[in-house]
Write a protein that binds this ligand. Structure first.
Ligand SMILES: N[C@@H](CCC(=O)N[C@@H](CS)C(=O)NCC(=O)O)C(=O)O
Length: 217
């Protein structure tokens, strides 16, 4: 199989992170739909691409890869276009720190805790989970706000940290409580507005950005 193929669904945070990397590199790619939340799960053969049954998975010129962090760092290295990883060790470490904060503390609290529990599909709404997520989400936003070093996370240059953060904070902004929390960190709110205006974000909008009822993240 030639070219660049990404397997996943447009509602997924992690699929969007990979798509943003491809878009910022102006790379041509095919998005092959895989819905892990479909009744009966993903197609049987998909586990050969991702043994844990998650999305995304990548195939690039015959090379198969899963785990978003591995995918975006690989794409950044092999594709032409602006570098999304800084050369200096401290900046690179900061970028990795932001990405791991988002995976370990942001995704559970901002996406599942606030967005899905408050504004996701009706079956997933859960006031108790929402209430429990407010403090962790607030802490996470304060930490991210403190890590912002300029118009982008690392200063002037866009990096993988910005592309990792944008989908999670976009979902957060679709929930009323998320918008209230974001108002407490105005620098981060302004960063999200700048990111939302980028063509890469516009080209990969979540279905929920156009709808009142949202699917799972
Ligand atoms: N560690 C994985 C996480 C990917 C992930 O959690 N993807 C979500 C969609 S955004 C998923 O596949 N969830 C399905 C599930 O948890 O069963 C990565 O970085 O690629």
């Amino acid at each position: 199989m030639a070219g660049t193929i990404l397997f996943g669904a447009p509602y997924s945070v992690y699929v969007r992170i990979a798509r943003l990397t491809l878009e910022e590199k102006a790379a041509a790619y095919e998005l092959v739909p895989i819905d892990i939340f479909a009744e009966g799960g993903p197609p049987a053969g998909y586990l050969e691409r991702h043994p844990f049954g998650k999305i995304p998975a990548l195939e690039h010129q015959g090379f198969r890869l899963f785990e978003t962090d591995a995918i975006v760092r690989y794409l950044d290295e092999v594709l032409p276009g602006p570098a999304l990883t800084p050369p200096a060790p401290r900046e690179r470490a900061r970028m990795t720190q932001v990405m791991r904060v988002l995976d370990n503390y942001g995704y559970p609290s901002l996406v599942w805790g606030v967005y899905v529990s408050e504004a996701g599909s009706p079956a997933d709404r859960d006031p108790a989970k929402l209430a429990a997520a407010i403090d962790p989400a607030r802490r996470c936003l304060a930490v991210l706000d403190g890590l912002l070093a300029g118009p982008c996370f690392l200063g002037d240059a866009l990096s993988l940290a910005d592309l990792h953060a944008a989908p999670m904070l976009t979902y957060l902004s679709l929930a009323p409580s998320g918008r209230t929390l974001l108002a407490e960190t105005p620098r981060l709110g302004a960063w999200l507005q700048r990111m939302a205006a980028r063509p890469s974000l516009r080209a990969t909008a979540f279905p929920a950005e156009d709808q009142s009822a949202a699917p799972l993240a």
